[in-house]
Design a protein around this ligand. Structure first.
Ligand code: ADP
Ligand code: MG
Length: 324
């Protein structure tokens, strides 16, 4: 049965690539690196009940398992190439694996990514994906490159995924918002369940951004990582945080700001770049994913958020931390 599942995964989960000399089926995959490129490697695990609800759509679990990993490659400025998949399943459920493979495969084919191996075991549902991508030497976007005076920017919009989560788990907090359009809630839920990794934006940022990170745990937490790694501080203008129409429709100002600052799972890119790089924002918009300037790198440490009058805003709980 395990081998039937592996056959099923093999047939549905990825794209064909010429650089896969030997894929699924032997003791190891054998892969050809493009000459002169460096390999970027990243792993993320999704555990049922922690990273997705027990009743999540299986297609979405497959999609998100790959999306969160591609987001890490995007944040490095890497071009995705290969992945491995370690699946721990409570039972050999063929229908489950089919739906999972459809979600995983849809995103894999979009990025011409080949699934080259993995492992299939029995136990409580957990999914570990490892992705591999290519970067020219010295072009990787690091957390440690931010400089005083850099502008701080973020792609897309913030707080949508956390807003979607609030729609399914925290109904009482929404209050009057529940009377508002179902459509807005569905838009936010789609952001939570099928995040779009910002791979194209990462490539535009190569050689132009000083520092970059993907926003998985919330802006404050992730920008905090850039500050710590770079030995700098950050000042954010609260009113400049980009919000989607759906988020604006469903939440009052205060609640929306908390979601934008501390909500996780958006998978946007937060980056810093020299102030003179104004054409960068235009190039990002042309690449299909616009970015917004939200603040500035300063000397010191930590992230401060200011309101329109320049007064410092007391911060909400920081992002998601395991073992917290
Ligand atoms: P081994 O005993 O050598 O680890 P396995 O029986 O675990 O071999 O796997 C057989 C082949 O199927 C290997 O090429 C492995 O990489 C691949 N494989 C197993 N599980 C998965 C999976 N969930 N996704 C992709 N490939 C898998
Ligand atoms: Mg094995």
């Amino acid at each position: 049965m395990e081998f039937e599942l592996i056959e099923l995964i093999k047939s549905r989960c990825g794209a064909q690539r010429d650089d896969v000399w030997l894929g699924i089926g032997d003791d190891a995959a054998v892969l050809a690196m493009p000459l002169g490129q460096q390999l970027a490697v990243s792993t993320d695990t999704l555990v049922a009940g922690v990273h997705f609800p027990q009743n999540a759509k299986v297609y979405d679990i497959g999609w998100k398992a790959l999306a969160v990993n591609l987001s890490d490659l995007a944040a490095m400025g890497a071009v995705p190439a290969w992945a491995t998949l370690a699946l721990t399943l409570p039972a050999a459920d063929r229908a489950w694996v089919e739906q999972f493979a459809d979600g995983f495969g849809a995103l894999a084919r979009e990025y011409k990514l080949a699934l080259v191996g993995g492992d299939t075991t029995q136990g409580p549902l957990a999914i570990t994906v490892t992705v591999h991508g290519f970067i020219p030497p010295d072009a990787a976007l690091l957390r440690s490159g931010a400089r005083v005076g850099d502008m701080i920017c973020v792609t897309g919009t913030l707080g949508d995924a956390a807003g979607g989560l609030a729609c399914v788990t925290g109904r009482e907090e929404l209050g009057a918002a529940l009377a508002l359009p179902q459509e807005s809630r569905e838009t936010l839920l789609a952001r939570l369940n099928r995040p779009a990794p910002r791979v194209a934006a990462g490539l535009v940022l190569r050689g132009r951004a000083h520092a970059c990170i993907d926003v998985s745990d919330g802006l404050l937490a992730d920008l905090g990582h850039i500050c710590a790694a770079s030995g700098v501080g950050a000042e954010i203008a609260a009113e400049s945080l980009p919000a989607s129409p759906a988020l604006l429709a469903l939440f009052d100002d205060e609640r929306r700001r908390a979601l934008q600052l501390a909500g996780g799972d958006d998978y946007e890119l937060c980056f810093t770049a020299p102030d003179s790089a104004s054409s960068l924002l235009a190039d990002l918009a042309r690449s299909g994913c616009g970015a917004t300037r939200i603040g500035r790198i300063v000397s010191g440490s930590g992230v401060r958020v200011r309101d329109v009058h320049g007064a410092e805003i007391a911060l909400p709980r920081r992002g998601w931390e395991h073992f917290a």
